[in-house]
Design a binder for this molecule. Structure first.
Ligand code: GRG
Length: 302
């Protein structure tokens, strides 16, 4: 029996199309009167419309479905999160960081547009994400918009993804004395995944117990996602992954595969996914799409 879960059986293609269409609509124009504005629009579109899996916005919409949140609100919030994710990939690929030439099967932003434009494209995506959440079209209640903004800032900022990236850089340079790979990954990769799962609850004004259950699911999923990322770095090809592989070893990154071996890492990811699915049990059959996504994370090939 194949142990892969084809993404077409997991992701609703109509919903993915709606997310893609909203991203396209919300990104700045690339063909207006002002050359500088066209250039930043082109660079932001080049990276953000480059065909990622859209796992984070998809998770966000599926968590929002648990609370019957209107689709437009969930998709707009998911697009803000995807803007942040795309900015982080552009900056992570820069020469000062991972110095990568390939992302999502295409030349990275700085290779296509130069470093200065790539930095600005990342800055544009980061900043525009918050303008998008502050817009009443995202939610009619200002108090909910403030929660969405504050929680995304926490997840993406110095106590979240940016802090995790800093830990990663110190560890790579051999400068970290207190190296904790689980904390590093829970910040670098897990914080945005956690936001994806909780934001549906914020949009639906869900009780704290439901948010805590989604957070438990997200913690397991985020760690499993990172473990499968480490496994793919060892087992996949650049052609399939759309980005260079075997990078962790070259960059002296310590990974879950180093720590546990390939079989141990697979077993750990599998246990985490089972635990994550268990955390959804109170939501009943409505949580089936989130459960399927957990299986996808375990068996993904990209
Ligand atoms: C530069 C502030 C800053 C942060 C960078 C996200 C990140 C932090 C670095 C990316 C390096 C990396 C490979 C992390 C592992 C997990 C991860 C985020 C993988 C990419 O996410 P996917 O697989 O990508 O969801 P797509 O292209 O499908 O959106």
């Amino acid at each position: 029996m194949s142990n892969s879960t084809p993404s077409e059986n997991v992701f609703d293609l109509v919903l993915l199309g709606e997310i893609e269409a909203m991203l396209e609509k919300l990104l700045p124009a690339a063909a207006g009167q002002v050359e500088g504005l066209n250039r930043i629009g082109q660079a932001m579109r080049y990276s953000a419309l480059a065909g990622g899996k859209r796992l984070r916005p998809y998770l966000l919409v599926r968590s929002a479905d648990l609370f019957d949140v209107p689709r437009t609100q969930a998709i707009r919030t998911g697009c803000a999160l995807e803007f942040i994710h795309c900015y982080s990939l552009i900056h992570d690929d820069l020469p000062a960081m991972d110095d990568s030439d390939l992302r999502r099967g295409k030349a990275t932003s700085h290779k296509a547009y130069g470093e200065a434009t790539a930095i600005l494209a990342g800055d544009g995506l980061l900043t525009d994400a918050f303008a998008l959440l502050a817009d009443p079209k995202t939610h009619e209640q200002a108090q909910i918009r403030i929660i969405l903004i504050a929680e995304l800032a926490k997840a993406a900022g110095s106590g979240g993804m940016v802090g995790g990236q800093m830990m990663d850089i110190l560890a790579e340079n051999g400068e970290a004395v207190d190296h904790d790979i689980s904390l590093l990954q829970s910040l670098k990769t897990g914080a945005l995944i956690s936001y994806a799962c909780r934001a549906g609850g914020y949009l639906g004004d869900a009780p704290a117990t439901s948010i805590a259950q989604l957070e438990n699911y997200a913690q397991c999923l985020g760690l499993a996602f990172q473990i499968t990322d480490d496994l793919l770095d060892v087992t996949s090809s650049a052609e399939l992954a759309g980005k260079p592989v075997q990078q962790d070893m070259h960059m002296n990154k310590s990974t879950f595969v180093d720590l546990l071996g390939v079989a141990g890492a697979r077993a750990k990811a599998s246990a985490l996914v089972a635990q994550g699915k268990e955390a959804l049990s109170d939501f009943g059959p409505k949580a089936a799409p989130l459960s399927k996504l957990a299986d996808f994370v375990l068996h993904r090939q990209v």
